[in-house]
Structure formats: structure tokens, C-alpha cells
Design a protein around this ligand. Structure first.
Ligand code: ADP
Ligand code: MG
Length: 528
């Protein structure tokens, strides 16, 4: 009865791609994404200018930022973008490296598929290659101590190269190392942990980038609310208030209807009285600084000023929370809830002349710091912030793990050679897959050379030769084209940047290569 009748198992709005086409589609997507950002890799990588549909402009060299702005549609491509996102979440740097590596692994997979190596064998070979790679990285990693300032400065510097902030790199590296050391907590076993939320980065347009500095405390991007208030308070006792310091509508509504001018006078006196009471409660609690998340009524400002109190209104919620943490105080809703215990403490609170800023420093909790960045334009400041963020994260990685590896294409060349040696010991078809995995690493030195305008084959061959001769720290000087000892040159990166990049790139490549059937449900036009 059923003979000749097709059996329909999928709804007709499902787009299906199978077999080689599905593999090819994912390979193409991974390669295309890698190709789009590879030109930004390394100190001589170029920047990208991205313009959103609303016209916002971003100029950056940062892998994950570019991928976010690109809004990738392809399902396989989205997985590749996730590699960069995971890299950013877990380690904060190496997002371009990780993405370029997936692209390269997929390119190798393409060649293996063409040689009729089965996807399962490729995936298994990649798994073995990845395990070997992590083991080699462990062997190559060098120890860095919490107080090895020189080494940490170099790690911060490497993370910031090529981010169009070259001029102040050294200064900012120093600030970042100080900041992370300040907030790091020693564990019982002598290792350290860093809570990245303890470091705030604040940006202010104006002045030169050179005015960047570390504040052992917090920065609120607001002036004091009223000129008559003091502009500096020492021994600050800070009230943190979530609700407005004004008479709320409900309070006013509950008042009786006003019919005579006497009543009017009485009413406004009453109003003034309750506003004065708000201020008095603050004074009685012993505060001399007020941070209010909402508005402060004029009358309250006046009373606070008369009592020598410094107040800021409309403080961002995020800043309120950071202040509570830094000052060891708690946020309360109304002044009547203030007690000595809820107040925060700091050595000073002061307004920065010529800037909309209040700085609260010498906070009770020393493990809360702010990196204050200045710059002449918002675009520049945004890129500076991304560089500082990367640097802070790599210092965190280095301090927590105490391990770094050598950059400039050095560690990747060493990995390539050692994994190839290992592949030869495995033999068979798996050997081909492991070799493919090994060769994928070449993309890093090759791209560094290419982005610096050198002949890629020459440089890759020279690097391999140096490594084969035992110079295991050889990498590419991207300015002269020479093969040099990158450890001596101070181009070093946390081991975690590389382990994470290798893990997520390999895992994603393994996942993609196994796919031979893609079913995409179209949401589009139901009438069609
Ligand atoms: P990612 O997003 O992967 O961090 P980057 O653009 O920051 O991309 O480039 C990182 C690569 O540049 C790493 O391989 C690193 O070793 C290399 N690199 C950084 N500084 C130098 C340098 N001075 N000389 C050569 N290579 C460098
Ligand atoms: Mg980087």
C-alpha cells in the first residue's frame, strides 16, 4: 500500500543539509570567521572599524569585540564565536588566537576529509593531539611568583601590545600590576585568588592618557550636589542611601486639601520640616558624606551643607554596590535606618577639580581599587579600557596559576614540532589526524609574520629550524623579522591563555567535524 509514497518526517519549513555539504558549510563558516579577524593578530595587527545599524562606531583590535559586532548568523559560525566568548570569560585575553586556531583546525580537517579520513578518526586524533598539547604546555611553562614584578610587567605589556595605546603601555602595565596585587588574596596553600570584581575601571574624557592612575578606593562620576558643601572631607563616614532624599508623592497626597494661605504656609513649613528631619537623621547617624542613588531635594541639600556634609546624588546602582563593598558599609533605604554600623569609612572624600568626579580613597576594605583612565576621545578611551581589561585579566591568570609561556609564535612552533613527533609514534590514520592537529598551530606564527609584512614561508621555516636546533624560545620579532629569543625579549603570556585557547578550539573543531546533517527550522514567512 505505502510503496512509492515518500515518508515525510520533517516539516516543510526545515532546511536540511547533509553529508559532505554539511561538513563543508561548517568548515567554510569557521574559516570565514577566522579570516575576518586574523588581520588583527599580534602587535602589528590592524584595527577594525565597526559601525552598528544605529550608527555607533567602534574601533578595535580585540577579537571578541569584533565578533560581537559582526553578529554571525551561521549556526556553526556561532559555535566559533562562542570559542572567543569562552576565552574572554575564562582568561580575558587570546580571543583572536583561539578563533584563528579553530579556523586552522577546520582547514586541516577539510584536507583530512579530502584524503578520506573518517570524521570520527579526525575527532579522535584531535583529542589525542589536544591532550599532548596540554602536556607539552605544562612542560614548557615557567614559574612566576607573586612578587616577580618585572615578569608580571612583561606579561601585562604583551597583552597590551598593538592596541593603539603604545605610548602609555609601560605606565598602564605598572598600574595594572599594582591593582591586581592589591586585591589578590593569599589562600592557605600559599597560592592566590583574585576577584576581578574588586577592580573597577573608570573612564573620563579629557586630559591626556598619561593621567591614568590607580586609586585605592572608588571613583563616582559625579560632583558634589551643592556648591556650598565642603569639597573635601577627611575621615569620611559615608551614608549609602537607595531612596530619594525628598518628600515622596504618597506623603504629599495623604495631606489634607489646602484651602487658605495659612494652610499653605503650614503645609510648606511641614514639608520643610520633614525634609530637615531627613537631613538631621543623617547628621545624627554621624555621617559626613552621603551617596544617594536617587535625587536629593534642594532643602535637604541646604541642610546637609549647613552641617558640613558632602553629598552626591543620582549615583549609579553599580557604583553604590561597589562603594558598599569598598567602604565596608551597607546600603539602606531611608535615613532613619542609618546606624553607625551601616556607615562606610574611608580616609578622604574629595571632588576632582575640573572634572565631574568624586574620589573616595583610603577605604576600609583595601581590596577594592579603581583604575582611572583619561583620554581625549571616547573611542580611544574604550580601546584603552579593553587593553587594561585584558592586562588585568592576564595578571590575574599569572598570579593565580603562577605559570607563563613564551609568545611571539614561539610556543606554537614548539607545539607543532613536538606533536608531530608524537604523531609518528601513533601511526596509522590517526597519525594523519594528529599531524593535522599539530600543523594547525602554524597559523599563529604565519599570521604574525603576514600581519607584519614578512614572507610567511621564510619565517615559518626559520622558526622551525631554530626550534629543531633546540632554541625552544625562538619567536618572531615582528618589527625586524628576525628570529629571536622571545623570553629575552620579554614577550610572555600566562599559560592559561594558551591552554584555554587550545581546549576550546579543539573541542569546537571536534564537535563541528562530526556533524554531517544540519536541520535548520525557518522562522520566516508562515504563509509561504
Ligand atoms: P589575542 O586576541 O589572541 O590576544 P593579540 O592581537 O593580542 O590577539 O595577539 C596576540 C599574539 O601576539 C600572541 O601570539 C603574542 O605572543 C603575540 N605578541 C604579542 N606581543 C608581541 C611582540 N612584541 N612580538 C611578537 N609577538 C607578540
Ligand atoms: Mg591579546
Amino acid at each position: 500500500m505505502l510503496a512509492g509514497q515518500p515518508i515525510i518526517i520533517l516539516r516543510d519549513n526545515v532546511d536540511r543539509t547533509r553529508g559532505f555539504e554539511a561538513q563543508r558549510s561548517n568548515i567554510m563558516a569557521a574559516k570565514a570567521i577566522a579570516a575576518a579577524i586574523r588581520t588583527t593578530l599580534g602587535p602589528r595587527g590592524m584595527d577594525k572599524m565597526l559601525v552598528s545599524s544605529s550608527g555607533d562606531v567602534v574601533i578595535t583590535n580585540d577579537g571578541v569585540t569584533i565578533l560581537h559586532e559582526m553578529t554571525v548568523q551561521h549556526p556553526g559560525g556561532k559555535l566559533v564565536v562562542e570559542v572567543a566568548e569562552t576565552q574572554d570569560d575564562e582568561v580575558g585575553d587570546g580571543t583572536t588566537t583561539a578563533t584563528v586556531l579553530v579556523g586552522s583546525l577546520m582547514e586541516e580537517a577539510e584536507a583530512l576529509l579530502a584524503q578520506k579520513v573518517h570524521p570520527t578518526i579526525i575527532a579522535n586524533g584531535y583529542q589525542l593531539g589536544m591532550e599532548k598539547a596540554l602536556q607539552v604546555l605544562d612542560e614548557l611553562a615557567i614559574t612566576v611568583g607573586f612578587n616577580d614584578r618585572d615578569v608580571l610587567l612583561k606579561i601585562a605589556g604583551t597583552a597590551m601590545t598593538g592596541k593603539s595605546i603604545e605610548a602609555i603601555k609601560d605606565k598602564v602595565a605598572g598600574i595594572v600590576v599594582d591593582a591586581v596585587q592589591q586585591v589578590a588574596a593569599e589562600k592557605e596553600d600559599g597560592t592566590y585568588t583574585v576577584d576581578e570584581d574588586d577592580i573597577k575601571i573608570k573612564k573620563q574624557v579629557g586630559d591626556s592618557m598619561n593621567d591614568a592612575r590607580l586609586i585605592r578606593g572608588i571613583v563616582i562620576d559625579k560632583k558634589r550636589v551643592f556648591e556650598q558643601m565642603p569639597n573635601k572631607i577627611t575621615d569620611a563616614r559615608v551614608a549609602l542611601l537607595a531612596q530619594p532624599l525628598e518628600i515622596t508623592k504618597t506623603q504629599v497626597k495623604s495631606k489634607i486639601k489646602i484651602t487658605s494661605s495659612d494652610q499653605m504656609k503650614a503645609f510648606s513649613e511641614q514639608e520643610r520640616e520633614s525634609l530637615r528631619k531627613l537631613a538631621e537623621q543623617i547628621v545624627a547617624a554621624g555621617a559626613n558624606v552621603v551617596l544617594c542613588q536617587k535625587g536629593i531635594a534642594d532643602a535637604v541639600q541646604y541642610y546637609l551643607a549647613r552641617n558640613g556634609i558632602y553629598a552626591v546624588e543620582d549615583v549609579k546602582e553599580e557604583d553604590m554596590k561597589f562603594a558598599a563593598k569598598a567602604l565596608c558599609g551597607s546600603i539602606v533605604n531611608k535615613p532613619e535606618e542609618l546606624t553607625r554600623e551601616t556607615l562606610g569609612h574611608a580616609e578622604t572624600t574629595e571632588e576632582v577639580p575640573d572634572a565631574d568626579m568624586t574620589i573616595i580613597s583610603g577605604c576600609d576594605n583595601p581590596k577594592a581599587v579603581t583604575i582611572l583612565l583619561r583620554g581625549t576621545s571616547q573611542l580611544l578611551l574604550d580601546e584603552l579600557e579593553r587593553a587594561v581589561y585584558d592586562a588585568a585579566r592576564v595578571i590575574q591568570d599569572a598570579i593565580e596559576d603562577g605559570k607563563f609561556v613564551v609568545g611571539g609564535g614561539s610556543v606554537e612552533t614548539e607545539l607543532q614540532l613536538r606533536i608531530r613527533d608524537y604523531a609518528a609514534t601513533v601511526g596509522g590514520r590517526a597519525q594523519l589526524a594528529i599531524e593535522g592537529f599539530a600543523n594547525a598551530f602554524e597559523v599563529i606564527p604565519r599570521t604574525l609574520a603576514e600581519n607584519s609584512g614578512f614572507d610567511t614561508i621564510d619565517k615559518v621555516v626559520a622558526l622551525r629550524k631554530a626550534h629543531a636546533n633546540g632554541a625552544k624560545h625562538s619567536g618572531l620579532n615582528v618589527y625586524t623579522g628576525e628570529v629571536v629569543d622571545m623570553l629575552d625579549a620579554g614577550v610572555i603570556e600566562p599559560q592559561r591563555v594558551k591552554t584555554q585557547a587550545i581546549k576550546s578550539a579543539a573541542e569546537t573543531a571536534m564537535l563541528l567535524v562530526r556533524v554531517d546533517d544540519m536541520m535548520i527550522t525557518q522562522t520566516g514567512n508562515p504563509a509561504a
